[in-house]
Design a protein around this ligand. Structure first.
Ligand code: FES
Ligand SMILES: [Fe+2]
Length: 384
C-alpha cells in the first residue's frame, strides 16, 4: 500500500477540515454532566470542565452549586478555601462569595466593594447526574437537556462508573457511533466476528445521529449470553441502537432474544448504556457511564457480573482512544490524514455537526465572552 498521492491527500484534508477533531473548539451552549450527584457534597470538588476550572459543592439545603474555581482577587483556587454555611471563603485572603458568585465580604476592607464576583454556572440535578451549562447563560434552558428519564426509573436496574479518559471527546463520540470496531477492539469481551459485517441502517438528523445494527442470528458473547439466559443459543438476536443525543450524551440500547422462537414466545431482554462525555481539555475527557437492564432486577450477582465485564470492555475503548490520541499528538499535522468508509457515514455526519456548532459559536464570540467570569477592577478597597 502506498501513501495517498498529493491530490488525494489534499482531497482528504479538505474533507477532514469540515469534521470536528481534537483541535476543534468546544461547543459550550449545551448541558454537560459536571459530576455524579453523589460526588457533590459539602466538600469542595474542583473539576476542569471544557477547559475551565470549576468548583462544585452543595448548599446546606442540598442544592448543587458550581462557581468558577478562580478567586476574583488574585486567582487563588476557591476549592482550596472553605465552606461556611452557604458561602465560600477563599483560602488566600478570605474574600467571601455567595452561591451567586458575588463577593460579599473582603476582610481587609470595612465595606465590601461592589461588583466583585466570579462566574456562577447554571446546574440541574436529574437522577444520578448533575448537569452544568457553561455557555451563554440566556440559553440555559432545561428543555435542552437530552432525554434520559430511564436513568431515574425504578424499572431499570443500574450500575455506574467513571473513566478519566486520556483522549479528546470527539474521538470517543465517533467510537460510540461506529460499532464496527466491536469485532476487533472488543474481540475478547463483547465483540463477535460477525458484528462488523452485520447490516446497519442510520438516521442522520440535525444534532441527532442514530446507528441501527441487527446481528441476527448470532451467538452472544458470555457477557450478554449468561445474564440473558441465551448461553449456547446459536440463533440469538442482538438488536442494537446507538444514538448521539447531544455533544454530551450518547445512548446505546440493545435487545436480546432467541430469534428461532415465534415472536409471541420470545423473552426479550433489554440493556441500555448512557455514555456521558464532558470534555476536560482538548486531550482529556470525563467519561461517566450509567448502565441499566430491565431483567433480573433483584439479582445482585447479575449486576456484579455485568458491571465487571462491561467495564473491562469499556476500558478497551478507554485504552484505544488514549492510543489514538497519542498518534494525533505526535504526528506532524501535515502528514495526518483519515480515510472514511461507508460505515463511517453516521460518525462523519456527527463530526461535521460538531464542527458546524463550534464554528457557529466562534462566530458568536460576543455571546461566549458574556458567559466568561465577571472579573472587575477593585475600586475603593482599603489597604491594610
Ligand atoms: S486570592 Fe482569594 S482572597 Fe485573595
Ligand atoms: Fe467500544
Amino acid at each position: 500500500m502506498s501513501l495517498p498521492s498529493a491530490p488525494v491527500l489534499q482531497a482528504l484534508k479538505k474533507s477532514a477540515s469540515t469534521m470536528a477533531n481534537r483541535n476543534t473548539p468546544f461547543v459550550y451552549n449545551e448541558w454537560y454532566v459536571a459530576a455524579f450527584g453523589s460526588e457533590v457534597t459539602r466538600e469542595l470538588l474542583p473539576r476542569t470542565l471544557l477547559d475551565k476550572r470549576v468548583v462544585l459543592f452543595r448548599t446546606e439545603g442540598g442544592e448543587p452549586v458550581a462557581l468558577s474555581d478562580r478567586c476574583a482577587h488574585r486567582a487563588y483556587p476557591l476549592s482550596l478555601g472553605a465552606l461556611e454555611g452557604d458561602t465560600l471563603v477563599c483560602g488566600y485572603h478570605g474574600f467571601r462569595f455567595n452561591t451567586e458568585g458575588d463577593c460579599i465580604e473582603v476582610p481587609s476592607a470595612a465595606k465590601c466593594p461592589k461588583g466583585i464576583g466570579v462566574a456562577r454556572y447554571a446546574v440541574l440535578e436529574r437522577g444520578p447526574l448533575v448537569w452544568i451549562w457553561m455557555g451563554d447563560p440566556d440559553q440555559a434552558d432545561e428543555s435542552r437537556l437530552p432525554e434520559q428519564e430511564w436513568l431515574s426509573a425504578s424499572d431499570w436496574e443500574k450500575s455506574s462508573g467513571y473513566f478519566d479518559l486520556q483522549s479528546n471527546y470527539v474521538s470517543m463520540h465517533e467510537n460510540l457511533l461506529d460499532l464496527t470496531h466491536l469485532s476487533y477492539l472488543h474481540a475478547n469481551t463483547f465483540g463477535t466476528p460477525d458484528y462488523a459485517k452485520a447490516a446497519f441502517k442510520s438516521e442522520v438528523g440535525d444534532g441527532h445521529f442514530v446507528l441501527y445494527r441487527d446481528v441476527v442470528p448470532t451467538t452472544l458473547p458470555p457477557l450478554w449470553a449468561k445474564p440473558t439466559g441465551l448461553e449456547g443459543c446459536t440463533t440469538a438476536a442482538r438488536i442494537v441502537k446507538s444514538e448521539f443525543k447531544s455533544p454530551a450524551f450518547h445512548q446505546v440500547s440493545v435487545r436480546f432474544y432467541d430469534n428461532a422462537l415465534p415472536e409471541e414466545q420470545r423473552t426479550v431482554s433489554q440493556i441500555r448504556t448512557a455514555h456521558i462525555l464532558t470534555p476536560q481539555t482538548h486531550s482529556t475527557c470525563h467519561y461517566f457511564i450509567v448502565h441499566g437492564r430491565d431483567f433480573g432486577q433483584d439479582d445482585d450477582s447479575i449486576t456484579q457480573f455485568m458491571h465487571e465485564n462491561l467495564f473491562e470492555a469499556f476500558n478497551e475503548d478507554v485504552d484505544g482512544m488514549a492510543a489514538l490520541e497519542q498518534v494525533w499528538q505526535t504526528t506532524d499535522p501535515d502528514e495526518m490524514y483519515e480515510f472514511s468508509v461507508g460505515a463511517d457515514g453516521p460518525s462523519v455526519a456527527m463530526r461535521r455537526y460538531l464542527k458546524q456548532r463550534a464554528d457557529d459559536e466562534s462566530a458568536a464570540r460576543d455571546t461566549l465572552l458574556a458567559a466568561a467570569p465577571r472579573v472587575v477592577p477593585i475600586r475603593g478597597t482599603e489597604t491594610a
